[in-house]
Design a protein around this ligand. Structure first.
Ligand SMILES: [Zn+2]
Length: 164
């Protein structure tokens, strides 16, 4: 279960997300990687800015965390993400060996465009991954995070749907 300290980090992630803007069109998605009470790296979604479909906030943070910490091994670290990580980012979490994933809005609270699959939830994959010590905690400041994104029933224009 997310705790008060988690909410403090998530509040920072929300603030970071909002540096991109406060409407869903601004893709205000952010991730923060924390270990031993200190930030190792942060990231915001940079897909449009860098013309890189893989530049999700979590990936940006993972790529910065290695050089920042001097190791690609993020054992003992927690990944905070304002939105439930997608399939790519959940699998990357396994490779980085991050110990915990804490996310804000879950996939049921946002538009389906944020996820790459119709029926699968990759959280189930990593919950059943080789690494049995990967802890998943969703719903941290969920309402505040969900408010940043298109809702499940919003009529999102096709040109704004990154996954269609
Ligand atoms: Zn992702």
């Amino acid at each position: 279960m997310p705790c008060a300290e988690d909410e403090r980090w998530m509040a920072q992630a929300i603030a970071l997300a909002k540096t991109k803007g406060s409407t869903p069109q601004d893709t205000p998605i952010a991730a923060i990687i924390v270990r031993d009470g200190a930030v190792i790296a942060t990231g915001t979604n940079q897909t449009c800015e860098t013309c890189d479909a893989t530049a999700h906030a979590e990936m940006v943070a993972f790529r910065a965390a290695g050089p920042a910490s001097g190791s690609m091994d993020l054992r003992g670290a927690t990944l905070y993400s304002t939105l439930q990580p997608c399939g790519m980012c959940t699998m990357a979490s396994i490779w980085t060996k991050v110990e915990r994933i804490v996310y804000g809005a879950g996939r049921d609270e946002v538009h389906r465009m944020y996820f790459e699959d119709r029926h699968l939830d990759t959280m189930d994959f990593i919950a059943d991954a080789w690494r049995e010590d990967l802890v998943l905690d969703g719903g941290c400041l969920a309402a505040q995070c969900a408010a940043l994104y298109f809702g499940p029933n919003d009529a999102v224009p096709a040109e704004l749907q990154g996954n269609i």
